[in-house]
Design a protein around this ligand. Structure first.
Ligand code: PAN
Ligand code: ZN
Length: 190
């Protein structure tokens, strides 16, 4: 249980340039970690042959585990495309399917791809500084950078949400966010 006496449980400082939150763990996802995510596998393999860039990082604060507690993460997605598809996160559903999440945009330009697990619903919602995106429960979510600068955001979710990546690895998202005439467009994966 956290205590009001322990300020380290109450206050953390993040750096949007380095994508760090104090000394909290930070995961790095490079292009090689995103095999199977992009629509254009040829473009993916040839990009990988040229190098293995850092695509995104997430620093997380997951200290509290009470029933009503919250976890949060600072995400930084770098700019780039594979074919015409923007650099993206793996994407996941919450293991506890009812868990919603708030995404708070801090810098850069991006979008969230939101899909219902069952039913055909698929939406693209823009994410940028001063924008809050509400991700409802039962919704697969992936974030993409549609700009030329790093996209920086905070995600806040219930401590018991959990991350289910397997469901995405199995069937991926039904839609993709691609660059069309310099603008993001949501199209079917086909
Ligand atoms: C976010 C994500 C973050 C990275 O904090 O974890 O954007 O995306 P992946 O987890 O799909 O790699 C979140 O949605 N947490 O629940
Ligand atoms: Zn999430």
């Amino acid at each position: 249980m956290s205590s009001l006496h322990d300020v380290s449980q109450l206050l953390s400082k993040f750096d949007p340039r380095t994508g760090t939150i104090d000394d909290k763990p930070r995961v790095e996802r490079r292009l090689v970690d995103l095999r199977g995510c992009f629509r254009d596998t040829q473009a993916y393999e040839s990009a990988l042959a040229r190098g293995n860039p850092l695509v995104y990082t997430v620093a997380s604060v997951e200290a509290a585990h009470g029933e009503g507690d919250l976890h949060y993460g600072l995400g930084v997605i770098h700019p780039g495309t594979i074919g015409d598809e923007y650099f993206l996160t793996k994407g996941h559903m919450h293991t506890w399917r009812d868990a919603a999440e708030l995404y708070i945009g801090l810098a850069g330009e991006g979008a969230m791809l939101l899909e219902e697990e069952t039913g055909g619903g698929s939406r693209m919602v823009r994410l940028h500084a001063n924008a809050v995106v509400y991700v409802p429960g039962n919704t697969a979510h992936r974030t993409v950078n549609t700009g030329d600068e790093p996209l920086v955001y905070l995600g806040v979710y219930p401590a018991r949400a959990g991350h289910d990546y397997g469901v995405i690895a199995q069937r991926n998202f039904r839609s993709v966010v691609v660059k069309r005439d310099g603008q993001p467009a949501l199209i079917a994966r086909e």
